[in-house]
Design a protein around this ligand. Sequence first.
Ligand code: UD1
Length: 365
Amino acid sequence: MNTEIVCVVGARPNFMKIAPIMAAFAKHGVKAKLVHTGQHYDPAMSDSFFEQLGIPRPDVNLEVGSASHAVQTADIMRAFEPVLDAECPRAVLVVGDVNSTIACALVAAKKGVKVIHVEAGLRSYDRAMPEEINRVLTDQISDLLFTTERAALTNLEREGVAAERVQFAGNVMIDTLRAHLARAVPAAVTLGGLPARGYAVVTLHRPSNVDHEATFRALLETLNHVAETLDVVFPIHPRTQATAERFGMAELLARPGMILLPPQGYLEMLGLTREASVVLTDSGGLQEETTALGVPCITLRENTERPITISEGTNTLTGPHPDKILQCLADILDNGGKRGRIPEYWDGQAADRIAITLRTWLDTL
Ligand code: UD1
């Protein structure tokens, strides 16, 4: 088969985005191959998503693994270039904002291969976030940009990206959520029974929260306070676990009411989130998933690149500040939190819209 598009995934949040895109490409006759950079490699961070979401096995795995940002990005670029030389695709499609996204987009752009970015135009306007650098640069070198919310087009216009290169397609991650909701693993199964007083789901892995000892300690102490009211279900990211041990904070994770879990599969996480009283997180994806599910979300960051989750959804920003977090939690427990509504085009059809556009676009190249 002559490959038309090489699709790239690397890290956990990429997998739920590529799943509906690969399915829609098969349905609409777009000839695609899948490259996994190997940025995430533990079975719980990678393989389980392929199995649960029915993503085709990657045609190529670059097996780059973990390293500093510079080394990881460079390793992906070196390994990806020969794949493009062998496949000669007409375009490379990247999703999201991880190091694999910018690395492969940059290789393609320098070789004169068209770049397609799905989830373009999101901006936190916080350049201290590695993902913000990846987003800004990827969008600058992309030929076709698909957005998840209307504010993204305004961000792109401000950066000089021509409007005719941008299409508001909707949210592919929500395609996956809607497609798999009925198969979500009940929380009682994952937890071996439901906590009688309800529970909060917590995820934490941003460098700004876990790499600074004082911030990280204050956050864990705040979670210990939360655990006085609700069980705290905490599927812990490997870097967060490692940092807690390095800072000598493992004891704060073992306090009463803290339920520590290894990284969860997609269907387990979806079940846990759907049934939670509240989610506390610094993840981008969970801000959107809680909005789609109507579950209150407290985002432990000062900013978000997904403002629609605040203006229309169930999300509230507190930063890592204990007083704000506990006040927000009290409001949610008192009155149920923001009601929210489902944003436009978060309707399960985003990948179809992308595939239909690409089928025509490829035919005109
Ligand atoms: C990456 C993304 C981030 C995304 C997150 C989701 C970048 C810059 N960051 O951050 O945007 O929200 O993925 O998880 O791309 N590790 C393992 N097993 C794995 C993968 C990682 O143990 O399968 C550990 C390693 O110690 C590694 C650390 O986690 O050094 C960080 O992994 P890395 O991919 O560099 O960044 P994340 O923090 O996962």
